[in-house]
Ligand binder design. Structure first.
Ligand code: ATP
Ligand code: MG
Length: 232
């Protein structure tokens, strides 16, 4: 526990990258982490295969997880590890629904475009339907990805306003567009292995990912229902 699922039926919004960066931060903090790769394209399984020696010992990557195996995989991992992160395919399918049904938090990564926002809204509706169907609270939060720290387009500001008006929570920490985040997927290994000679400013990416991890944990604590049914 907790189980954190990364969902947005829009492809290429940073689900796998954000899941991987957070998994690396949690593992660095000595927590046991399971990273479940439930995307048939297997981006995280490929990451793991690239450089197995540089996978932290307390980070397990489960490949080839399908709609048949995802619920048991999540439950087994959650019984063992303090963090279970589930990377999902960029489409709405049964495995996505099952993962949302088991999640303590659904992270909805999105870039600041209308297309991403439309798909994010669909995922959020799915989360709300599942919460109703299972009669439980399923917290979710949007994380902006691939952002530019300096610039925010008019479209992006508009989307931000719409989310706020609709009461959709957005984490204050974003995943800024950084070469280091691309590099971990391409080169294997972790953010902590990257050298200044390989990629520009890996330290800034580490600080970004660590701040995001902190914000995610704080959000989970805020939203976890207490035993008397209220929110803690
Ligand atoms: N914060 C970031 N900084 C730089 N590049 C990023 C960042 N996040 C994602 N990318 C890049 O954007 C592309 C898509 O990212 P990623 O594969 O994580 O998205 P996804 O939502 O998992 O896609 P899919 O739906 O296909 O699974 C990749 O090339 C990745 O390197
Ligand atoms: Mg992906």
């Amino acid at each position: 526990m907790p189980v954190i699922a990364f969902a947005n039926s829009k492809g290429g919004v940073g689900k796998s990258t954000t899941a991987l960066a957070l998994a690396q931060v949690f593992a660095k903090g000595s927590s046991g982490v399971t990273l479940i790769d439930a995307d048939p394209n297997q981006p995280l399984a490929r990451w793991a295969a690239q450089d197995p020696d540089r996978i932290p010992a307390n980070l397990a990557v489960l490949p080839d997880i399908t709609e048949e195996t995802i619920v048991d995989a999540i439950d087994t991992a959650a019984a063992r590890d303090p963090f279970v992160l589930v990377d999902l395919e960029g489409s709405a399918n049964v495995a996505v629904s099952y993962a949302i049904g088991r999640a303590d938090l659904v992270i909805v990564p999105m870039r600041g475009s209308q297309l991403d926002a439309d798909q994010a809204a669909r995922v959020i509706k799915l989360v709300e339907r599942e919460a109703k169907a299972y009669r439980r609270t399923i917290p979710y939060v949007v994380v902006y990805t691939c952002t530019s720290p300096a610039l925010r387009s008019r479209d992006f500001r508009h989307i931000d306003r719409i989310l706020a008006e609709n009461g959709i929570p957005v984490l204050a920490v974003e995943m800024v567009e950084r070469a280091a985040f691309r590099a971990i997927i391409q080169l294997g290994g972790t953010l902590y292995d990257l050298k200044d000679t390989e990629v520009h400013n890996p330290r800034a990416a580490i600080e970004n990912a660590e701040a995001l991890a902190k914000a995610v944990v704080a959000f989970i604590h805020e939203r976890t229902p207490t035993e008397d049914g209220g929110l803690s």
